[in-house]
Design a protein around this ligand. Sequence first.
Ligand SMILES: Nc1ncnc2c1ncn2[C@@H]1O[C@H](COP(=O)(O)OP(=O)(O)OP(=O)(O)O)[C@@H](O)[C@H]1O
Length: 728
Amino acid sequence: MNAVEVRAGYKYYGKDKDPKIVLNRINMTVTHGSIYGLLGASGCGKTTLLSCIVGVKFLNEGKITVLGGTPGKMGSGVPGPRVGYMPQEIALTEEFSIKETIYYFGRIYGMSTERIRERYKLLRDLLDLPTGSRQIGHCSGGQQRRVSFAAAMVHEPELLILDEPTVGLDPLLREKIWDFLVETTRTSKLAVIITTHYIEEARQANCIGLMRNGILLAEDSPQSILSKYEVDSLEDAFLQLCVKHGVSDEADENLKQVDTFTSHQEPIEIEKKIDEKPSLVKNEVKRKNSIESNDSETACCSGVGDMDCNKKSLVKNLQITTKRRMKALLAKNFLQMLRQPAGMVFLTCFPIFQLVCFYVAVGGNPIGLKLAIVNDEIQNINDCMNSSLVTTHINNDTCDLNKVSCRFINQINNTVAIKYFYDTFDAAYQDAKKGKVMGVIYFAKNFTQSMADIRDEGRFANEGSFFNAEIQIFMDKSDQQLTFFLEKKLRQTYQEFAQSLMADCNYPVKLGNIPIDFEQPIYGSYDGVYTDYIAPGVVMTMVFFLATLITSTIFITDRLEGVWDRTLVAGISTTELLIAHIITQSTVMLVQCCEIVILAAFIFDTENRGDNFTVIFLLMLLGFSGMLYGLFISIFCDSHTMANFMATGSFYPMIILCGIFWPLEGMSIYLQYIAFLLPFTLPSIAVRNILAKGWSIAHASVIAGYGITVIWIVVLLTLCLIGLKIKK
Ligand SMILES: Nc1ncnc2c1ncn2[C@@H]1O[C@H](COP(=O)(O)OP(=O)(O)OP(=O)(O)O)[C@@H](O)[C@H]1O
């Protein structure tokens, strides 16, 4: 039994209708106790082939057998401890020290601490590793590569897969690594597949496969290839093979043609197929039969180690419990987090910072608003300031009014607006147009007299009196919030003015009131409600998107840096990875949610008539769905840039539609339905109702908040699982 057998391996990326073929009916055989050098230009499909061998990607067609089993199948040990994988990228946790890295991999491979210590010492000496306490992030590129190599070797795998292991290493160390591999494969069953850009160093391999545009052009021992092409170097042999296949575009074209005619292809002979298309179908039928019946014939090279590939190796006794791996993963996640001071500060302080910004910036009464006053009733505005001139005389049953406009003007204090007095209406209006003042208050020449006429003549008063007795206000309404505030204040001022006038005239004070009385509110208060209204929405969006950003950033970084694949190859399942992330992230979210609730409740005194736990639990669930949304983004976006576009692109519509900027009742009914389906519209309403109304989990509104969050969790989780499957 060979260590690795690939038969008619076919893989493409992209759509079925327009596939980008990366592996085209590849056959490959790697024997035990041998080194297989996989050579080929960048982009020819080497990494994809290796990923399929280690079981993190799958072929579209064809068959792979690794160590007697099918990668990815239960009990095959692949991915898992039977394989050692060193990806092209460094794929290590930068926050770990060298020693911690080796111990981490040892633990997830299920080794005992004693055994890890022994292996660490051996690999440290062999690879000339720097001192164990040095952090990976502080190592040079070459040192990181050596640690990466050690991590792949620590558990003495049966199959070692090394993707460009010697890049950036000095020649002496390269030689040392090759010597080590040659010696180990000679004296054990270890099979090694190695890709390298240094074609000549592959001479030391027992077998080499020359790959181009998804086809294995040749698979033979270095000596056979050299003699077959009558050249001195492998480079020249490779060159000859490439020339035979024409330039790259032609080769691509050939690939398509071959693909049309064949379902299998044999190394070296591919060039014949291209020249002899008519006979292809016949040949392929023959070949197809031979593949299944005579696997051993395709094994071009014999290893020099022990070739006994018995089934015992399938059940190699490495007892790895999920518990132990989870422990190692969790320790890694937390250590990684704790060792990033900037990240820790961000995670713990950012919610506080955002909330403090919100509370100190939103909800305060605007002050310093400028109002122009034009009073044609008096010659000199200073007359208004002399209170002895602004009087009301009571004679018998009558009340003599005097300069009533001044009463109103004096009633406007600085908390309402700062007054600027103008002589003419035109001058004031022009300044309002120029934005120097927010509005103009105008009193007509016979304002007081007109008021008295209306009072005395009632329904017989003339039209002009009604007009002149009005306080005319011209507002710059371009800033709705400010004018809303100013209008409210001016109405209050008028009420106070009218009441004081009634009191001075010995009339019932209530005569100055408009006949609508807003009684004690059922819920909430008449002051400061805006902050309380939008706070739940703000907090919800914060928790959701923080979780989204953190998760998508972590997963995309892990994928780009190869950590994701390396962890999967080490035998950690996607589910375990997700659970470890969820536990870590949930801890962070719990801290953040508690911070938010404590800050809002105790520092900023947000009214809460309900239960804190109902709020925190809903926040946590929402953060959880945000986390899944981050995972969803990370699965479907290949780069941070794309992820940021997607996160920001969805962030704004969700915030705008969730009702914190404008009441949902102001939207069309169809838009309201859409808004209700979004992740934090109903949860925001639920939290608002818990805080302001004290409603419990039994109330329909709170149930709806929880319900939609759970639905989002289920939908996103399903999409993520489907995405992870598709992406393999
Ligand atoms: N997930 C993917 N989706 C689409 N195309 C991909 C994907 N992964 C790889 N490819 C493409 O498949 C081809 C083979 O990629 P692969 O990484 O296997 O090549 P390689 O021989 O290992 O190259 P290198 O030595 O540069 O890593 C490349 O053209 C690459 O752009």
